[in-house]
Design a protein around this ligand. Structure first.
Ligand code: ADP
Length: 402
């Protein structure tokens, strides 16, 4: 059973065609710079087989429609295509960043749901408009194929008001829905379930802290299998220090910069989103570069890593208090999966809190879901590779009852 997963951004479309039975990707790729003078499409087909191939084409994609059209052509190409025609696709799952308070679970898309996603655009102006276009184009190009929306926010909808309300006038919540929503829910849910399997416990009995560290990054406190708290807020700008995003800062800083630099609020927001975080501190947002620069003696790179891991430790510590008992801390995503030094710094000297690391296991993690803590560690530390596309495909199958 083949499921197409689509993640349509403002100027890009990421896609993956998966076989939902074994979870293997058959084809994947990305259309980039939609709307620019020149765009690109990178496509991989027959992934994991002897016929695997990769190709990249450069041409303008004026809108998402042309981009998606080209993807469909590649998928059904008589020679290089992985399927014969649309009828082989059993369902389409769309990643949707923001579901507001309405969407607390994945849902089949109809006109009412599409309108619901449009209604949340004020809360996610950079993401939801692209998702809406992606759905509209997919409906046009795959007539008759049922589609499902899977929201980054929905896993976090189990938070209680004490965790999701901000200390601002309550009317702002009532009028505009200003509250903590949290993101990366698909990834937090996926790795939490994998962790429960690893621990040999039902998910409903697991207390976990999941640490998703990609370019965007967030933590989640999971109590009895449900989200209890999370680090991102109204938008994916809040929480820990990220590649280019500032995370939590004193809110007065924004007005202060506007005054001192004569910048508008939206200019400051742009700076806090694209030129802050690790990049703002040391000029690089990629941990691989940062480690190289640390080896070369770059003090700003040292500071950036110290600050980022310090902040993650603060969140893990507060979640230990919130949860009372923790079965495991789970690292995932680009940094979480690939950076043993980041993990070691984050978990150093926590023996009194039940975290005992195993240096060898941490530095030699072999990509299977497994512990990097010592066997005697009361709290396990796990590394589990995330797979948001597979989670979306599984949700699509479940919602459509396939
Ligand atoms: P996103 O999906 O949010 O764009 P990813 O989860 O792919 O991000 O993570 C990307 C980040 O992972 C990179 O910016 C880099 O900092 C980090 N990363 C990737 N590979 C490595 C590695 N081998 N060592 C350290 N960090 C890595």
């Amino acid at each position: 059973m083949k499921i197409l997963v689509i993640n349509a951004g403002s100027s890009s479309i990421k896609y993956q065609l998966l076989d939902a039975k074994d979870g293997c990707a058959l084809a994947s790729g990305i259309v980039e710079r939609i709307g620019d003078d020149m765009g690109s499409l990178t496509h991989k087909g027959f992934i994991g087989s002897a016929n695997e191939y990769k190709e990249k084409m450069e041409c303008p994609f004026p809108t998402h429609r042309e981009g998606m059209h080209e993807v469909v052509k590649l998928l059904v190409d008589p020679e290089k295509g992985v399927i014969k025609d649309h009828s082989e696709i059993s369902g389409i799952g769309h990643r949707i960043v923001h579901g507001g308070e309405r969407f607390y679970a994945p849902v089949e898309i109809d006109e009412d749901v599409l309108q619901g996603i449009r209604d949340v655009i004020p809360l996610a102006p950079l993401h939801n408009p692209g998702h809406v276009i992606g759905i509209e184009v997919a409906m046009e190009l795959f007539p008759g194929v049922r589609q499902v929306a899977v929201f980054d926010t929905s896993f976090h909808q189990t938070m209680e008001p004490k965790a999701y309300q901000f200390g601002v006038p309550y009317e702002l919540y009532e009028e505009f829905g200003i509250r903590r929503y949290g993101f990366h829910g698909t990834s937090h849910k996926f790795v939490a379930r994998e962790a429960a399997k690893y621990l040999g416990k039902p998910m409903e009995e697991c207390n976990l802290v999941t640490v998703h560290l990609g370019n965007g990054a967030s933590l989640c406190a999971i109590k009895n299998g449900k989200c209890y708290d999370t680090s991102m807020g109204l938008t994916p700008l809040g929480g820990i220090i990220m590649g280019t995003r500032c995370g939590d800062i004193d809110p007065a800083i924004i007005g202060f910069i506007c005054d001192k630099k004569g910048m508008s609020v939206s200019e400051v927001e742009h700076m806090l989103t694209h030129d802050s975080g690790l990049k703002g501190i040391c000029g690089s947002n990629d941990l691989r570069d940062i480690h190289t620069r640390i080896e070369e003696g770059d003090e700003r790179a040292v500071l950036a890593l110290e600050m980022a891991t310090h902040r993650v430790r603060q969140f893990i510590g507060s979640y230990f208090f919130e949860l009372g008992r923790v079965d495991a801390v789970i690292f995932t995503a680009g940094i979480g999966e690939n950076d043993p030094e980041y993990r070691a710094k984050t978990c150093a000297d926590l023996e009194n809190f039940g975290i005992v690391m195993d240096k060898d296991k941490n530095w030699n993690w072999d990509r299977t879901p497994s512990a990097i803590s010592a066997d005697e560690s009361p709290v396990k530390v796990l590394v589990i590779a995330t797979n948001e596309e597979l989670e979306i495909a599984n949700d699509t199958v479940a919602v459509l009852g396939l």
